[in-house]
Design a protein around this ligand. Structure first.
Ligand code: FMN
Length: 173
C-alpha cells in the first residue's frame, strides 16, 4: 500500500474478528514501533505484548471504562516509557519517543490490514498506576498507552480527508 494512502485510511477499530495476527506480522508491527526517531537516540520505549484473553481482560479492567475493545482484541500492546532511559529523564522526551513508537505500530498494522485503537493510559494516574501494579513495574517504567490490535470486523477501508485549512498558519499566526 502507498504510504500516504496508509496514513489517510487509518481509523480507530474497536471490533475485531477472531482471525489471528501471525507472529511474522506482530514482529513487523513491533519493528515499526522501534524504528521511529528518538531524542538523542535514547530509545526509552518498552512494550508489554500479550495474546492471552484473560490477561487482555485484566489490562482492560486496569485501564478503565473506555478500554472495552481490548477484550475483543487478538493482541494487546502496552507502550511504556522508561524515564530512566529517556533524554532529560522524567520531564524529558519519553512521552514523545514512546508516542512515535505507538503511532508507527498503528500505521504498520493498517498497512497489513490489521485494525487498532489507542486506549488512553497516561497521564491518567489511576490507569497507569493500575497497570504498573498489574505487571509489578518499577516506578520509572510508565505505561503511556494501551493498543488493541486485531482484524477489523468491518473491513471497509476508505481514504478520509481530514485537512483543515484553519489549522495552517502560513508565514504568520
Ligand atoms: C491518547 C489517546 C487516547 C485514546 N483513548 C481512547 C480510549 O480510551 N478508548 C477508545 O475507544 N478510543 C480512544 N482513543 C481513540 C480516539 O477516540 C480516536 O483516535 C478519535 O476519536 C479519532 O478517531 P480515528 O482514530 O478513527 O481517526 C484514543 C486516542 C488517543 C490518541
Amino acid at each position: 500500500m502507498d504510504a500516504i494512502e496508509n496514513i489517510l485510511s487509518r481509523k480507530s477499530v474497536r471490533e475485531f474478528s477472531d482471525k489471528e495476527i501471525s507472529e511474522k506480522d506482530l514482529k513487523t508491527i513491533l519493528t515499526a514501533g522501534m524504528s521511529g526517531p528518538s531524542a538523542v537516540n535514547m530509545r526509552p520505549f518498552e512494550f508489554i505484548v500479550t495474546r492471552k484473553k484473560a490477561l487482555l481482560e485484566q489490562i482492560a479492567e486496569a485501564n478503565g471504562p473506555y478500554s472495552g475493545p481490548l477484550k475483543l482484541a487478538n493482541v494487546g500492546i502496552i507502550v511504556c516509557g522508561d524515564i530512566d532511559k529517556a533524554y532529560l529523564g522524567k520531564e524529558g522526551y519519553w512521552i514523545i519517543d514512546s508516542t512515535i513508537a505507538a503511532q508507527n505500530m498503528i500505521l504498520a498494522a493498517n498497512a497489513l490490514g490489521i485494525g487498532s485503537v489507542w486506549l488512553g493510559t497516561y497521564p491518567e494516574k489511576a490507569k497507569y498506576t493500575a497497570i504498573q501494579k498489574l505487571f509489578s513495574l518499577s516506578n520509572h517504567v510508565i505505561p503511556l498507552g494501551t493498543l488493541a490490535f486485531g482484524y477489523p470486523l468491518d473491513n471497509k477501508r476508505e481514504v478520509r480527508d481530514l485537512y483543515e485549512d484553519e489549522k495552517v498558519h502560513l508565514d504568520k499566526w
